[in-house]
Design a protein around this ligand. Structure first.
Ligand code: NAG
Ligand code: NAG
Ligand code: NAG
Length: 173
């Protein structure tokens, strides 16, 4: 007879914890299931209650019109540390029906990389921590991760060669 109340309490807890799992909970669970290298979550996720959320959101935004409070904000910002994390983020967004915006250098005046006005909820996958630049002068080739800025690319080329270069620029609206 004593079992009954605790059993129903247990069931209630199971049910309520399942339905109260947030998008972030579900997403991070899915990421763990889909990556071999564990993600240090405290470093990879920035939630709106974190004081670094707005500064991070604004960090590469070029169009201030899309930063006003009335513009929808992402549920969280995910900053992958490895390219396999990006792959997992795409898989998990699809699986969980979360809309995904990918931001690299932020050269984006329509704010498509950090705002969604139509599809909610949405998250930002911010590639700011994937910015390695490998220059191979002998091969005339370069491997550049999407988060690197043009200045960083130029710098790494200039370190290796005084004659290699290519035209690029920053457009100001
Ligand atoms: C998280 O996943 C659980 C189990 O699939 C589901 O019941 C819940 O609604 C999900 N939460 C959100 C916010 O989508
Ligand atoms: C806030 O975010 C930063 C950067 O992701 C992280 O290092 C820090 O632990 C977070 N703080 C809290 C209270 O979640
Ligand atoms: C911020 O929110 C996340 C999930 O939304 C939660 O896990 C975390 O504990 C919260 N941090 C603080 C400092 O309130």
């Amino acid at each position: 007879m004593k079992l009954l109340p605790s059993l129903s309490l247990f069931l209630f807890l199971v049910i309520s914890s399942a339905s109260s799992a947030s998008i972030l909970d579900n997403f991070s669970q899915c990421l763990s299931d889909n990556t071999e290298i564990l993600i240090p979550f405290s470093k990879a996720f920035i939630t709106p209650n974190n004081s670094t959320f707005l500064p991070t959101l604004q960090s590469t935004a070029q169009n201030l019109r899309y930063l006003v409070p009335s513009v929808p904000k992402p549920d969280f910002i995910f900053t992958p540390l490895l390219d396999s994390h990006v792959q997992a983020a795409v898989i998990c967004s699809k699986q969980l029906g979360i809309h995904l915006r990918v931001r690299s250098g932020g050269h984006d005046y329509e704010a498509l990389s950090y705002v969604s006005q139509i599809e909610t909820p949405f998250i930002i996958v911010d590639l700011a921590k994937l910015r390695s630049v490998q220059i191979n002068i002998e091969d005339n080739s370069a491997w550049v991760q999407a988060g690197a800025s043009i200045g960083e690319v130029y710098y790494r080329i200039a370190e290796k060669s005084k004659t290699h270069g290519y035209p690029a620029g920053l457009a100001l609206a």
